[in-house]
Write a protein that binds this ligand. Structure first.
Ligand code: 13P
Ligand code: SF4
Length: 296
């Protein structure tokens, strides 16, 4: 299967991108693994004709927004992000009519149709920088209330919250961390900003998925408790074979990030299945918000 995929990728001038949570065999096949920001930048720069995106739907949509001339394939069309579905254009318009007009900062974990109504996009890697880049003193941040509260704690700006959350990260509670720290007293605790504020308060480091990989590499510490989706344990270990990583909770598994198999990848390239294409009326305004994030 691996050889078949390699051959198909070459024949069709396709590139395989994989998020850091994807299963090990997919990360090992990918031309690039990364967090949402790194994958968006790579998608924008590639000269491949086809982008095979092993991640979830909003990631493939972002690639389509950035690369209208390329074919973007998502090997499993049903790989979605429940948090991205917690905001719609209609609900956003309604909230803005209540709050008054203000800049909207939209996490990339969102539908393209919401990005199209936004001032700027952000990811977990750049949220504080993006909030500071907004000229106005007040903004609405959608859809992740935890990410927005994290940003609010690191800027003087007023950030209005949206009622959205990641079901995987939001379930982590202080009891999990207490137990993990008792079991691994020498380990540093790294947390993703999608975790609740009471968890982030306990963290030695708050970072995006790739930020955690870099932090573990640069740190003199030998062991880490990992407060994010458990798929990240694989690239953490791969990049740091001499260090130890322990999940903050075994329950932090995102089913959507585990849907794609090698068979799905081969089939989608062979038969050009699973295309994700954002229509021009949405793509053009969404591109403005994504480009402002990437280009600064
Ligand atoms: P990163 O951008 O940090 O990789 O996070 C993406 C995501 O979906 C987290 O749940
Ligand atoms: Fe969405 Fe959470 Fe899964 Fe990330 S881990 S894709 S935010 S549901």
């Amino acid at each position: 299967m691996k050889n078949k995929i390699k051959k198909l990728l070459k024949e069709k001038n396709a590139i395989l991108l994989a998020h850091n949570y994807e299963p090990p065999e997919i990360q090992d096949m990918a031309d690039l693994c990364g967090d949402s920001l790194e994958l968006s930048i790579k998608a924008a720069q590639t000269d491949a004709d086809i982008i095979v995106f092993c991640g979830v739907h909003f990631m493939a949509e972002t690639a389509s927004i950035l690369c209208p001339g390329k074919t973007v394939l998502l090997p499993r069309k049903d790989a979605g992000c429940p948090m991205a579905d917690m905001v719609t254009p209609e609900a956003l318009k309604q909230r803005l009519s209540e709050l008054g007009t203000m800049p909207v900062v939209t996490y990339v974990n969102s539908p393209a149709s919401v990005k199209a109504l936004s001032t700027l996009c952000c990811t977990s890697a750049n949220v504080v920088d993006i909030a500071n880049r907004v000229k106005e003193d007040e903004m609405l941040m959608v859809p992740d209330r935890n990410l927005a509260r994290y940003a609010a704690g690191h800027t003087n700006k007023k950030i209005h919250l949206w009622k959205g959350w990641c079901p995987i990260h939001d379930q982590l509670n202080p009891e999990h961390i207490k137990k993990a720290r008792q079991a691994h007293p020498d380990a540093l605790f790294m947390a993703h900003p999608e975790c609740r504020p009471e968890i982030l308060e306990l963290a030695d480091r708050v970072a995006s998925t790739s930020g955690m990989i870099r932090f573990a590499k640069e740190s003199k510490h030998k062991s880490f408790i990992v407060g994010t989706e458990i798929g990240l344990l694989y690239p953490l270990k791969k990049a740091n074979p001499d260090k130890e990583f322990f999940p903050a909770s075994q329950t932090m598994e995102c089913p959507d990030m585990k849907k794609i198999s090698l068979e799905d990848i081969a089939r989608c390239i062979e038969f050009m299945e699973g295309e994700v294409k954002v229509s021009e009326d949405i793509r053009v305004p969404a591109l403005r918000a994504v480009e402002r994030m990437i280009k600064g």
